[in-house]
Design a protein around this ligand. Sequence first.
Ligand SMILES: NC(=O)c1ccc[n+]([C@@H]2O[C@H](COP(=O)([O-])OP(=O)(O)OC[C@H]3O[C@@H](n4cnc5c(N)ncnc54)[C@H](O)[C@@H]3O)[C@@H](O)[C@H]2O)c1
Length: 358
Amino acid sequence: MAGKTKLKVGIIGTGGIAHNHAGGYLNLPNECEIVALCDIVEGKAEAFAKEFKLEGVRFYNDCHEMMKKEKLDCVSVTTWNAAHKECTIAALEGGANVIVEKPMAMNAKEAEEMLAAAKKAGKILQVGFVRRFGADADTVNQFQKDNMLGDVYYAKAVYIRRDGCPGGWFKDKNFSGGGPVIDLGVHVIDLCRYLAGNPKPVSVYASTYNNLGPNRAGGGESAWSVADKQEHPYNVEDFACALIKFENGLTINMETSFNLNVKNDYIDLLLCGTKAGVQLSGDMEIYTTMAGRHVNIRPTGRTGFDFTGSFLAEMAGFIKTVRGEEKCRATGEDGLMLMKIIDAIYESSKTGKSVDLK
Ligand SMILES: NC(=O)c1ccc[n+]([C@@H]2O[C@H](COP(=O)([O-])OP(=O)(O)OC[C@H]3O[C@@H](n4cnc5c(N)ncnc54)[C@H](O)[C@@H]3O)[C@@H](O)[C@H]2O)c1
């Protein structure tokens, strides 16, 4: 490692998920160092530095000022969704490579502007699709290198919470851009699209509802609801389902909720190919036929999604990409594709018609 210059890192938005980004950078002490922190809330960045025992860090309340005063190689944008565009473009124009949390933006138009800024600056723009770095995704990709699933033509991308609105700004459309579709659905749609080879979406037919959430916010039984102080209105959808079709013939069946009258929370991730199917949620299982018999195969070793470990892998991947040692695994183009799908889900629900994507 001798001779390698440490990359200078800044974080914009020192809230919840910034902890995982900081953890990822601090896990690579020979590769990078956090030198600047920015949050619009007075004292929040300072408290964050104290928590991580960061020394010599400079603090800002305005990302534009931070980018003017600092020379940063890497910036994490970990603000609420409504600030992703402004902070990402400021960081790119200030000369940094950026990893912006999912969803990339509030909508596809914003994502296009961010992508254009990255191209103009000649910098990397990675999107925080952490599920692409899970051991489950790695395992399926390994199998697909040997074409074990064949052509994947159907996927289930289901992320259901019975009473699990994160509260606060997440339920306020002006800050989040939407509910479970943009917060949870984005993860599982992207994972299925990624594992099926990143095909281009061609049409979306969807329904969204908000029957339960607005009445239950702050009054539900779950820890999520109890923690909600009602400082924001609940004006996003609480449930959505969608059929998303892709140009290679893949159909993704998506369901997601913050609130739904079901027995319990669950995630259901299934990819079905011409040679085999794979269930990713729970213990990974592969379904195929051998010698004329149906068989269910359980791969050994690590095959599950582990939140902390996947973030470490994601941040390590970002640093490697910035150093030119690895191809970006979750590009701005991927982020834009997902924003187009999300916009189409909301539009289809409004019009009651299928939406074609260009
Ligand atoms: N990848 C994942 O699994 C995952 C998990 C949780 C959250 N997220 C995403 O991370 C982002 C942040 O979520 P969170 O739960 O950490 O929210 P949070 O509210 O805990 O933190 C957001 C922080 O951003 C700050 N902020 C807002 N606008 C700012 C601006 N213009 N400049 C500087 N600071 C600003 C806020 O003051 C706050 O401290 C969201 O986009 C969310 O969707 C991703």
